[in-house]
Design a protein around this ligand. Structure first.
Ligand code: ADP
Ligand code: MG
Length: 286
């Protein structure tokens, strides 16, 4: 069963001079098991939208449904929905506070009132899903870890709640390239190993292209485009027009095409670009 948002509007600071229409008629569906990217320029409404997905905020207009249940109708259901839809905020490491990694990851399950045995099972499983060696990491203090490691601990904390949907808001913001790659690698593996649906929010096309099955592009609170990464990236000019950078490979391919190179437009990876360019060079040399 999916997450379904219908005709969503969201207004901040209604009735004040600061009124902002953050979401303006959104219709999206996230299916179970999918790996979806939500991208858009800063201020396009990404963070606002995902906070509606788990009932953190009620929509001003429209409805959100999770697995057939309307979000926001009654309090008891809200608890179930928050457990089903796990949200990892931007800079989640600021929310780490326990003295050991194991206690931090176990905090949510403890609040669910689970048995000690079940809690430690979940903590171990969650830490391993994000690529840690449980025995090595469990007694460490979260504060002595690197930025990327802290973030993986924070993600494990949400996974320990066993969500059906995992939403990550700009999970690599502020990390160096090594930390970024590590996070993406782990998220990809996590999606392959478990049946959790992943929703990855980013302002960077480059990051999302290689990972997701489907991309939803937001612009000014509206869904601007939707499709596979290839479909989206073949619209390079349009993406730039709405303030999104395009992947370097896509921009190189576009320049070559402008100069008369006969290569396809929807190239995603450097490898693919290399093959395409070499093919054309060979064609030209014969
Ligand atoms: P994104 O995550 O894509 O950067 P946001 O959902 O944070 O976008 O913001 C969408 C719009 O809502 C922006 O115009 C932003 O300024 C506004 N906004 C976000 N949070 C608040 C808030 N707490 N109060 C008022 N306006 C907000
Ligand atoms: Mg945001």
């Amino acid at each position: 069963m999916p997450i379904r948002a219908e005709n969503i509007k969201y207004v901040y600071s209604e009735g004040t001079p600061f009124r902002t229409l953050a979401l303006d008629g959104i219709n999206v569906q996230i299916n179970q098991g999918e790996f979806v990217g939500i991208i858009g320029h800063t201020g396009s409404g990404k963070s606002t939208l995902i906070q509606l997905f788990n009932g953190l905020e009620p929509a001003t207009e429209g409805t959100v449904e999770v697995d057939g249940t309307l979000v926001g109708e009654d309090k008891k259901r809200l608890k179930t929905i928050r457990q089903k839809v796990g949200l990892v905020f931007q800079y989640p490491e600021y929310q780490l506070f326990e003295e050991t990694v194991a206690k931090d990851v176990g905090f949510g399950p403890l609040n669910l009132g689970l048995s000690e045995e079940e809690i430690s099972f979940r903590v171990k499983e969650a830490l391993e899903l994000v690529g840690f060696n449980y025995n090595k990491i469990k007694d460490a203090s979260p504060f002595e870890l690197s930025g990327g490691q802290k973030r993986r601990v924070a993600i494990a904390g949400v996974l320990a709640m066993k969500p059906d949907y995992l939403i990550l808001d700009e999970p690599t913001a502020g990390l160096d390239p090594a930390g970024r790659n590590e996070i993406f690698r782990q998220i990809k593996k996590l999606h392959e190993l478990s049946d959790v649906s992943v929703i990855l929010v980013s302002h960077s096309m480059e990051d999302i292209a290689k990972l997701v099955d489907r991309v939803i592009v937001l612009c000014k609170g509206k869904v601007h485009m939707e499709g596979t990464p290839k479909e989206i990236y073949s619209e390079a000019d349009e993406l730039e027009r709405i303030g999104l950078g395009i992947p370097q490979t896509a921009s190189i391919v576009r320049e070559l095409r402008k100069r008369g190179f006969n290569i396809k437009q929807d190239v995603l990876t450097i490898e693919e670009a290399k093959e395409e360019i070499l093919k054309e060079v060979r064609r030209r040399n014969v």
